[in-house]
Design a protein around this ligand. Structure first.
Ligand code: HEM
Ligand code: SF4
Ligand code: SF4
Length: 375
């Protein structure tokens, strides 16, 4: 019956795909699929959807740490069993949603959630700060320049009141990626936290022959900084690579291809902050986020510099932006020179694009606003 290592293909089941989602629909969702008329946010974290059949479904959204134990998932299941006929769902930002089919079931659910030591904070709806989409960090990946779970916890602790309220001009999406592979959403978020290196890779000539496909390492470099080279190891000439250090911008791509080119460094590595991205088409087209702070240190375990910088940006935005305006729309309306001024961020040459299509990002107009901010 069980897996037989001597006959690995015996009884092997494959290519089944995921189970069909409809088998996990709560009855009220199944009955009203495609018939929803309107919705409202009844309070932060609670939504109501009205169907043309007059049915209602109330959804209670709670924050999660994304990286969670089976024990916590079991607790989620217990809550779903007690209040929601055993049904629940995850959102695209890794919040959890519990659904009930009548208004009188909402408060008992909220009371139950509140009784569980803040493991299930209710919120994440409307114009606030919802969960931070993030990556593996030092928990599991081998290319990070910073941690994911640690930074996210530090930032969400500081911004917690924005998770449970809806007081901002528009929703603010924060995302984190621990290297510039950007797994996730950092390139298109209102505020993005990105792990960056500042030192070129080291080259381990003793290992490189055994572990690297050299042409891959050479082709992986966006700047042509990796060149074929020869070296001597134990009196033998071997093929290796050399890095033109002045051309290297520490992206780490060559290390992804070649394990003999590590570049992580405790002092060199840290965090860059990007702002102004969005993916929706509401009013303005989707935008990429732009780099405004080139480096903040990996000050574990609470990353105070990063937390402070994000809070400052968020508060300046909350003060300055108009209703419905996303961070990027606000920055573009007031002008980036004013954005730096309002957020009290020192502008550095690192924010000036110098990669291939850079020209289009420079200012080809006499339109600008005087700012006393940049000394
Ligand atoms: C001597 C008088 C005027 C001058 C020199 C003038 C000049 C201009 C200029 C240079 C623009 C910008 C065009 C562009 O960005 O391509 C403009 C736009 C505009 N002007 Fe005038 N204008 C004058 C009178 C008026 C009057 C009397 C009206 C209305 C009754 C008016 C209504 C507008 C509007 C609505 C726009 C914006 C058009 C758009 O962006 O779609 N202008 N004007
Ligand atoms: S962003 Fe980079 S370091 Fe983080 S999980 Fe993805 S590949 Fe790994
Ligand atoms: S880190 Fe990036 S820029 Fe530097 S050599 Fe490797 S691939 Fe090229």
């Amino acid at each position: 019956m069980g897996y037989n290592p001597d006959k690995p293909m015996d009884g092997r089941i494959s290519d089944l795909g995921p189970p069909h989602y409809e088998q996990f629909f709560p009855p009220v969702i199944k009955a009203n699929k495609g018939k929803w008329l309107w919705h409202e946010i009844t309070q932060p974290g609670v939504l109501m959807h009205k169907s043309e059949t007059d049915d209602e479904v109330y959804t209670v959204r709670v924050g999660t740490a994304r990286l969670i134990t089976i024990d916590l998932i079991r607790e989620i299941c217990d809550i779903a069993d007690a209040h929601c006929d055993g049904f629940m769902r995850w959102t695209t930002r890794n919040n959890v949603e519990f659904m009930v089919d009548s208004k009188d079931k909402v408060q008992p659910l909220l009371d139950d959630l509140a009784s569980r030591d803040n493991r299930f904070p209710v919120g994440g709806t409307g114009a606030g700060v919802t969960n931070i989409v993030h990556t593996q960090g030092w928990v599991h990946c081998h290319t990070p320049a910073t941690d994911a779970s640690g930074v996210v916890k530090a930032v969400m602790d500081e911004l917690f009141d924005y998770f449970t309220s809806m007081t901002l001009p528009a929703q603010v999406r924060i995302a984190l990626a621990c290297c510039l592979n950007m797994c996730g959403a950092v390139h298109a978020s209102d505020i993005a936290i990105l792990g960056v290196h500042r030192k070129p890779p080291m080259i381990d000539n003793k290992r490189i022959t055994g572990v690297c496909e050299l042409p891959l390492a050479i082709a992986s470099c966006p700047l042509g900084a990796v060149k074929p080279a020869k070296a001597e190891v134990d009196g033998q000439e071997i093929k290796t690579v050399k890095v033109t250090v002045e051309r290297c911008m520490f992206c780490g791509n060559c290390y992804t291809m070649c394990p003999a080119m590590p570049l992580a460094d405790p002092e060199g590595d840290g965090i860059a902050i990007l702002v102004g991205g969005k993916v929706s088409n509401r009013i303005s087209a989707p935008k990429f986020s732009k780099m405004v702070i080139p480096f903040l240190p990996n000050n574990t375990p609470r990353w105070p510099e990063t937390v402070e910088a994000i809070k400052k940006i968020l508060e300046a935005y909350a003060k300055g932006a108009r209703k419905y305006e996303r961070v990027g729309e606000w920055a573009e309306r007031i002008g980036w020179e004013k954005f730096f001024e309002e957020c009290d961020i020192p502008f550095t040459d690192k924010s000036i694009d110098d990669y291939r299509l850079a020209y289009d990002t420079w200012r080809t107009t006499t339109q600008f606003k005087y700012t006393s901010h940049i000394k």
